[in-house]
Design a protein around this ligand. Structure first.
Ligand SMILES: [Zn+2]
Length: 136
């Protein structure tokens, strides 16, 4: 009889522990789902972006490197995007690097043309190529 009682208690403890572990999984899942939603938002956001272009301040203080990169267009998934991402640590401008990357979404007028032009040219074009592609 005592053995049976011990078995019952053990069974109850196991049941209790299992139930608790199930319970603790539920609140854990909720923040995970939220995180999942966040990444979904980021991915959809990236999908909506047609292209990215580099924009320098273009004043007397803008350094040559930044000036040369100004107007460069890229696809949002281009490898180079990360390496040319401003601000530049070696920027020679006395005011510091004031360049930005401009993200253009697909609903912007003419953005799809530029996106397809970029795809034809391997994902990156300079200002001149974009201007030529636009006019012709
Ligand atoms: Zn710069």
């Amino acid at each position: 009889m005592t053995r049976f009682l011990v078995f019952l208690i053990a069974a109850y403890i196991i049941y209790y522990l299992l139930r608790n572990s199930l319970k603790s999984k539920t609140p854990e899942n909720t923040p995970r789902r939220q995180k999942g939603n966040k990444t979904d938002v980021v991915t959809t956001h990236l999908k909506e972006i047609a292209y990215v272009f580099y924009s320098a301040a273009k004043d007397d203080d803008t350094c040559d490197v930044c000036m040369a990169l100004d107007g460069r267009h890229m696809l949002p998934n281009h490898k180079m995007l990360h390496s040319i991402k401003p601000p530049h640590s070696d920027c020679k401008s006395p005011k510091g690097c004031r360049c930005t990357l401009v993200y253009v979404t697909r609903d912007e007028e003419g953005s799809k043309e530029i996106e397809s032009l970029l795809k034809k040219r391997g994902g990156m074009c300079d200002k001149q190529t974009i201007e030529k592609g636009r006019s012709g």
